[in-house]
Design a protein around this ligand. Structure first.
Ligand code: ATP
Ligand code: MG
Length: 331
């Protein structure tokens, strides 16, 4: 894609709570670096209270048709909103970078890794059964095709990131059939593409990432393992207000901060907009505006290191002041 005449349509869903504060901040940043058409859509508790529906069909359709979607957060209705929206974009991978920033206190200040989490199956796609008073079961779904699609994405991802290869997390020594299938499919695709892989058992990963996260770079995980381990890594970098994520589909994607509605601070204008702005940077990457994405990340990093900072990071700045500072520092 070229940098001119870009009129991609970006659906913007603020949702509830601080989504209404951090998403407009991210839109201001996108507006400062590109020429996009923003289409507002509703989802979450507020629209449910008004209309009875947490996810109106018009929103689902808009997301399915858009070039990309920026989503904030939904409260009580989160599962009714985000799961169908991931389906609307056909998302097969959840990209979750976890990196520490100079100037922000972190358990492991050297952390800089990215989780590529399988986003459609595993135990999340399985069904649960209650077989008796004493016994419940869960069926886990693993397909070679989903693992291959994830691995193909991972191969491109490491090339773009300038990494040599990726780690693949699994527990195939115990779950030989399901994790074995996942591992084999992922490693086969990497081999075919000349990409190095290192296998790491998921329990060992948990210990190793706490002790020394610098051993890891790009980490490919089954669904549940990716969910748990990426939250663990989030704990190492400090600050829910910093973590972006992307749900990528074949020709569509949805970007959202990892945090939720933060009801304790919602409406006060002090939410940290960094996670939402960094999610917007991932959106720019996805649309092919890598230079703009880098500029946004550099500006956020500069503001994190020198301030102004929001109260969650020990400062006293408001959301607007941090957003203005980021826009001022765009190269
Ligand atoms: P939800 O159910 O919507 O996830 P929650 O109560 O779990 O709501 P989170 O949004 O997950 O709240 O946030 C957890 C904690 O982290 C809260 O104390 C919240 O204030 C804080 N937090 C999360 N995101 C931010 C942010 N962007 N800026 C400042 N603080 C944040
Ligand atoms: Mg939460």
């Amino acid at each position: 894609k070229t940098g001119s005449n870009n009129h991609e349509e970006i659906v913007v869903i603020e949702g509830d709570g601080i989504g209404r504060e951090v998403v407009p901040a991210a839109v201001e940043v996108l507006d400062a670096v590109g020429d996009f058409e923003f289409v507002a859509a509703d989802a979450g508790d507020a629209v449910k209270a008004e209309t009875g529906e947490a996810l109106p069909q018009a929103t689902y359709d808009a997301v399915a048709d858009a070039d990309a979607t920026l989503f904030g957060a939904a409260g009580e209705t989160a599962a009714d909103v985000i799961l169908p929206l991931r389906t609307a974009v056909g998302s097969f991978v959840n990209v979750r970078p976890a990196r520490a920033y100079p100037g922000v206190e972190a358990v492991q200040p050297e952390t800089d890794l990215v989780f590529l989490r399988e986003n459609t199956e595993g135990v999340y796609a399985g069904h649960e059964d209650r077989l008796s008073e004493d016994l419940s079961t869960l069926t886990r779904v693993v397909t070679t095709s989903a693992a291959e699609r994830l691995a193909a994405f991972a191969c491109e991802f490491v090339a773009d990131r300038g990494s040599d290869g990726f780690q693949v997390v699994h527990k195939a020594n115990v779950m030989r059939e399901t994790d074995g299938r996942f591992r084999d499919a992922v490693v086969d695709v990497a081999d075919a593409n000349g990409v190095d892989t290192e296998e790491v058992l998921m329990d060992a990963f948990a210990t190793r990432v706490c002790l020394d996260p610098t051993q890891f770079d790009v980490v490919v995980c089954p669904n549940l393992a990716g969910d748990v381990l990426s939250d663990l890594a989030a704990g190492l970098v400090g600050g829910l207000g910093l973590l972006p994520s992307a749900n990528i589909g074949p020709d569509n994607a949805l970007f959202e901060p990892v945090h939720g509605t933060a009801p304790d601070i919602a409406g006060e204008g002090v939410a940290n907009p960094s996670a939402a702005i960094l999610s917007a940077a991932m959106l720019l990457d996805h649309l092919g505006y890598g230079a703009a994405a880098d500029a946004v990340r550099d500006a956020v990093e500069s503001v994190l290191s020198s301030g102004p900072r929001t109260p969650d990071l020990g400062g006293d700045a408001r959301t607007d002041a941090v957003t203005d500072a980021v826009i001022d520092r765009l190269a």
